[in-house]
Design a protein around this ligand. Structure first.
Ligand code: ADP
Ligand code: MG
Length: 702
């Protein structure tokens, strides 16, 4: 038995703060429990009533005879802690705290919530809420509507998590209106005890739940979310709305549920890494849910379009192509068969337009022919009703034919406000939309999800590294109150983690520079060494490709001259002499420690133009080899690494390896706040790939 069972599958419930007054939370919950025919017993608790809603009422939870699994608390916030004590003494292990006024209202509320959490822990309870609207379990064995939402939901396979209570009510109403069957619903509120992650884990193996929807405002533990969701999305899709996308929205979110929204790009990447489908609105959440709920995933991206009008077919075609789907190439047999049923002026090339000459019978026949074609993975059935009579017949045909092709994906676009037929289609397992674009967006999401399931899971690599050596260097820097590491320290750390670094040394004068250049027997680069100058080339602090002693001496003087002009010469701590690494492609690898998400890895095309080109991608560490590969492949300029116009490709496996080494470094060493390796010069051969410039900044602590 899972420790959430007392909350989700209780045999007995006490409602503390029960009320006789209609329209109050304490009364509506009792009403809903009864209306839903909860299979267990309920015990209203209120010292001022003998009975509520025809059920005997108790003055306190302790006076209820027998065992109670779950207590639903709706009393004013100042009474909550006392009530929890009583529940604890009674031995109750499950709680739903509906009451608001906790962390979401500021410091005082947060302190109260902290006390609540401690009590819960002390009694070994599990709690949903506070500041929530409750939960629903539609399982036949339970039939529990422990919310104050009035909606009647049909049974089904969708589980829903909502971080907002008010939105929860709207969501439930919408689900009911769309004929979506719900297995479970939980409004989790401030979630200091039972979190979204806990629910995902709980629903992972619940056989009633086949699809999970989430409305989120914040993440408690993003890393854990990725880990758990990854394990679910391979067999149960998760579709999520994460609000607080914009800066203004983020602020609204923090005042709302006491949560801070993370940077939106990172959220996107996080969902991608976890295989979670992110949608921008509740409306789209339902568009997608309808398709995933009622139809199988397509086996491929080839779509056939059948329409009784030309315009919508063209719109659907455009949307398909823009969403990464393709128009199915119809087989000769299909075309011949279509020729027999369609009017002579209709074309038999996908998209198929039955034209105004068509009727419901022709529509049905064409639909069947298209679905029988092995080149067709999914079907977009579009219909613009000219007459209502006709419309019902078409709807009947679609429903009937859908049943014959359970392995194919059929979505319908019924371009009218014909509520009756749309509802008929939806209740008969046909996801039905008003506009082609919404239908295509849902189909495209299904197709992406199909690809996700086929995708290699990837493995975490573990390189043999010198972690202790890095820790020693960092300890020393902290001891000297330095957050920026010196150039030689940075290169030493990179070396300890198996990165190849261009040969270099730091010198104090021209003679030393000339001597090192001579020793290298290669062209060199001179760079200013300074812990305060961030972009060395911006201030004339980098002199490249110096081939002779005199060039080295001139270069040395040039750096001093350039910095003096900018009054920066006082910041020169030395000069780095480095081997010149010629002719490679410049890659940037980096990491930024995000407050919410932890280390976020960046990769992109680098060099001094990185800020201008902005061709970079992010992933949350730790990364699998597959994440690293995908990161590179998602860059706009990835073809440059593969080689264009006869160029040889660079050693991409080395770039992937370096991303993984970086991931290991930032997971191993938590003190690193930022790393920037720019550029990492990459070539055709692994041994030529070298980092020529890197910075490391430490966390502002110890
Ligand atoms: P910063 O980023 O502080 O301006 P870099 O050391 O990255 O300084 O140097 C700026 C640019 O100079 C690099 O993007 C690269 O094009 C070039 N460069 C720097 N070091 C080398 C090197 N060792 N070999 C070849 N080119 C180099
Ligand atoms: Mg640089």
């Amino acid at each position: 038995m899972s420790n959430l069972d007392k909350v989700f599958k209780p045999r007995s419930i006490a409602i503390i703060g029960a009320s006789r007054k209609k329209q109050t939370i304490g009364r509506e919950i009792i009403h809903n429990l009864i209306e839903y025919e909860f299979t267990g017993a309920i015990y209203p608790v209120n010292p001022n009533a003998d009975s509520i809603h025809s059920v005997k009422c108790y003055p306190s939870v302790k006076e209820i005879p027998g065992e109670i699994d779950l207590a639903i608390i709706t009393v004013p916030k100042q009474l909550v802690l006392g009530v929890v004590d009583e529940c604890g003494e009674k031995g109750i292990k499950g709680l739903i705290v509906i009451t608001a006024g906790f962390k979401e209202v500021g410091a005082e509320g947060a302190a109260l919530e902290q006390k609540l959490v401690e009590k819960i822990k002390h009694y070994g309870m599990r709690m949903v809420g506070p500041n929530c609207m409750g939960i629903i379990n539609n399982d036949e064995q339970i039939q529990m509507n422990a919310t104050f939402a009035p909606t009647k939901l049909s049974k089904g396979q969708i589980a829903f998590i909502s971080q907002s209570g008010a939105l929860g009510v709207a969501i439930l109403e919408n689900a009911a209106a769309l004929q979506l069957g719900i297995s479970c619903f939980a409004s989790i509120g401030n979630k200091p005890n039972i979190s979204g992650n806990d629910l995902l884990e709980y629903w992972k193996n619940e056989s009633n739940t086949k699809l999970i929807l989430m409305y989120l405002e914040s993440f408690g533990n993003p890393k854990k979310f990725i880990e758990i969701a990854r394990g679910i999305t391979r067999f149960k899709p998760i579709i999520a709305v994460k609000s607080g996308r914009t800066v203004a929205g983020a602020r609204a979110a923090s005042s709302h549920t006491g949560a801070l929204a993370g940077a939106d790009i990172i959220v996107d990447e996080m969902f991608r890494q976890a295989g979670v489908i992110r949608v921008p609105s509740i409306e789209q959440l339902f568009d997608l849910a309808m398709a995933f709920d009622k139809q199988p995933l397509p086996h491929g991206d080839r779509v056939a379009i059948l329409s009784n009008a030309g315009g919508p077919a063209i719109m659907a075609t455009d949307a398909l192509i823009n969403n990464g789907l393709t128009l199915a190439e119809l087989s000769q047999k299909t075309k011949d068969d279509l020729r027999h049923v369609l009017s002579p002026d209709a074309s038999v090339t996908n998209p198929i337009d039955t034209t105004a000459g068509g009727n419901a019978v022709i529509y049905g026949k064409a639909l069947q022919i298209l679905l029988a074609d092995p080149n067709v993975d999914s079907m977009m059935a579009i219909f613009v009703p000219p007459m209502t009579e006709f419309a019902r017949e078409v709807a009947l045909q679609i429903v009937k034919i859908n049943e014959k092709y359970p392995e194919k994906t059929i979505l319908c676009c019924f371009m009218s406000q014909d509520k009756e037929n749309i509802s008929y289609l939806r209740t008969h397992n046909i996801p039905t939309y008003i506009f082609p674009e919404s239908a295509v967006a849902a189909l495209a999401a299904m197709n992406e999800h199909r690809k996700w399931r086929l995708k290699h899971e990837g493995t975490f690599k573990n390189f043999d590294v010198k972690k202790d050596h890095v820790k020693k260097i960092i300890k020393q820097a902290y001891k000297e109150n330095r957050l920026y590491l010196g150039q030689s320290e940075v290169f030493e750390i990179l070396d300890a983690y198996g990165f190849r670094v261009a040969a270099n040394t730091i010198v104090k004068n021209e003679d030393e520079a000339a001597a090192f250049a001579k020793k290298l027997q290669k062209p060199v680069v001179l760079k200013v060494h300074s812990s305060t100058i961030v972009h060395k080339s911006d201030v004339g602090g980098v002199q490249v490709d110096l081939r002779s002693e005199s060039e080295v001496r001139h270069g040395y003087q040039a750096i001093y001259k350039n910095l003096k002009e900018k009054k920066l010469d006082g910041q020169i701590e030395g000069i780095v002499v480095q081997e010149m690494v010629k002719g490679g492609k410049e890659v940037v690898l980096g990491m930024n420690h995000d407050k919410q998400f932890g280390p976020v890895i960046m990769a992109g095309l680098g060099g001094i133009y990185v800020e201008v080109l902005k061709d970079v991608t992010f992933r949350i560490a730790p990364l699998t080899d597959f994440d690293a590969k995908e990161m590179l492949e998602s860059l706009r300029s990835y073809p440059l690494l593969q080689g264009v116009r006869g160029e040889k490709p660079v050693h991409i496996a080395t770039v992937i390896e370096y991303i993984l080494r970086l991931s290991q470094l930032v997971i191993d060493i938590e003190d690193i706040a930022e790393i920037d390796m720019n550029p990492f010069m990459v070539f055709e051969s692994k041994s030529d790939c070298k980092i020529v410039d890197a910075r490391i900044k430490l966390m502002d602590r110890p």
